[in-house]
Design a protein around this ligand. Structure first.
Ligand code: ZN
Length: 295
């Protein structure tokens, strides 16, 4: 299941059936989400599902955690709303960064965002080939071609000229197309074993399996992150214990100090009861200081 199928917000962010009887044509529009690259895919997905101002959505989000960091938002067959003139037959893929940030973010993040977008495009192309028999070549298309439903890739800013600029002038198209071509090359040279029917290779079932594996990997990643957290909790407790272990030594020092003060007071002819009260008050202050020190 894709994200928007299971997360229903205040307004519809996808249409199960494309309007006007349209079908996905392979015209693929690349976007940037216009948020910091450190935003997680889940946060970005929530931002789409639960916004209440207007429809604005994509088929897939691409992140920077790895070269295959993707979150499918809606079925490829469905319509999402990312580019006004081509929504009906287009497919929208959005990378979590700003159009103007490609040189300002870590090189590894930029690399992963581009490669993840290529990987998401590969998943779409695999589905499109299996379900509609259309191949998306590793090429950029013009605005006129996008409007004519030609399969290929185009930036949002190249269609919605003057209003939008994403994915940005410095988006690495060469890396995107190379990565996509490599992934597609792998699919083309895929040789099924003799028992398998070549016609069922890379079917939606394969795609589902891949989604399952990705979701398992995400779960494991989450689990590992939670272990990291417990380790740091244990470290905190250990640190507190270490401080706490110093308390008996301090108490002994205070007792020795009390005895010394008592002796000095007796020699100076002071009232022992008044002195005791003063010491207890001082001890109270010390206890308070220790309590604070533990935090
Ligand atoms: Zn856009």
């Amino acid at each position: 299941m894709t994200y928007l199928e299971t997360h229903k917000g205040p307004i519809a962010q996808w249409g199960k059936v494309r309007r006007h009887g349209a079908q996905p044509s392979g015209t693929t529009v690349l976007h940037t989400y216009e948020a910091p690259h450190v935003m997680t895919l889940n946060q970005a997905a929530m931002g789409i599902a639960y916004r209440h101002d207007r429809p604005a959505s994509y088929h897939l989000l691409a992140g920077d955690d790895s070269a295959r960091d993707v979150l499918p938002m809606a079925p490829w067959s469905a319509e999402t709303w990312h580019e006004t003139s081509t929504n009906n037959w287009g497919t929208g893929i959005s990378m979590i960064t700003y159009a103007g940030a490609w040189k300002g973010i870590p090189a590894k993040s930029a690399d992963n965002l581009v490669k993840s977008a290529a990987y998401g495009s590969f998943l779409f192309a695999t589905w499109l080939k299996a379900n509609r028999g259309i191949t998306i070549p590793a090429r950029r298309i013009t605005r006129a071609q996008a409007l004519a439903r030609v399969p290929g890739f185009i930036g949002h800013g190249e269609i919605d000229v003057g209003r939008r600029s994403d994915p940005g002038a410095l988006f690495n198209w060469a890396l995107f197309l190379d990565t996509y071509a490599d992934l597609m090359g792998g699919a083309v040279t895929f040789t099924p074993s003799p028992e398998e029917d070549p016609d069922v290779a890379f079917t939606p079932a394969h795609s589902d399996q891949m989604n399952d594996i990705r979701s398992d990997v995400a779960d494991i990643r989450k689990w590992l992150a939670s272990i990291d957290q417990s380790e740091s909790k244990i470290q905190q407790i250990y640190d507190r214990r270490t401080k706490f272990d110093q308390v008996p030594a301090l108490v002994a020092q205070v007792a020795a100090l009390t005895a010394t003060v008592n002796t000095l007071a007796k020699n100076q002819g002071l009232d022992p009861e008044q002195l005791q009260a003063a010491i207890e008050k001082a001890l109270g202050d010390i206890t308070l200081t220790l309590t604070n020190a533990k935090d």
